[in-house]
Design a protein around this ligand. Sequence first.
Ligand code: ARG
Length: 224
Amino acid sequence: LDTSTSAHICGGTLIAPDIILTAGHCSGYFDSIQVGMHDLKNPRGDGTYPMKFDHLIVEKHQAHPKYGNVIFNDLAVAKLYGTAEVPPVRINNRRNVPDVNDALTVMGWGVTEEGNSATSSNELRGVDVLSLNNEQCERSNGVYENENVSYAGYITNNMLCAWASGSDACQGDSGGPLIHTGASTGEDVQVGIVSWGLGCAHGDFPGVYTRISAEYDWIRQAVC
Ligand code: ARG
């Protein structure tokens, strides 16, 4: 997702030919989108990723009506002018997916070190993380910027936490997908949207995602 000056703003996924799903805190900050992209400096690619590429303009932004304080109901859709030819991503509506400890993949063009914009990437990157249960996630506590802090009270049913030693989403990845890989590519589903976290790849604090299955009804009615 980008601006007219082509700055990278956030990640997002094409969920219908003319609809992008992203984070609520990204909504309104971009005015065009590029789909099927791998390398930001070479949008049409070098042939390694033989996907169709589309650059489309946003017609309308719609954040979740209860989106608030950057982290709550952190999702939005954007309607595009025209349609993309890239195949859309499947979004997950099954409450039991992901299971606790499932391996998931998060991807984006964001930084690998918090606060260090030099570590963002032109090429799409991804890492594997494991899903946690919400109760366990809510008990996360530790030291962040010299203060004792905890996730207690901040993890709602429509969030999903995932963690792996040394791997996480970070700034610039927001709005991008957390994917549960199926038996074949056609069975891959998006289970989360990169939303927030204390630090990045912090030993005590998981990455927190918007849980798509919990927001499925809103997404469906917004799209349809
Ligand atoms: N809010 C960040 C963004 O705007 C994403 C942060 C995700 N943080 C994490 N530790 N998983 O890009």
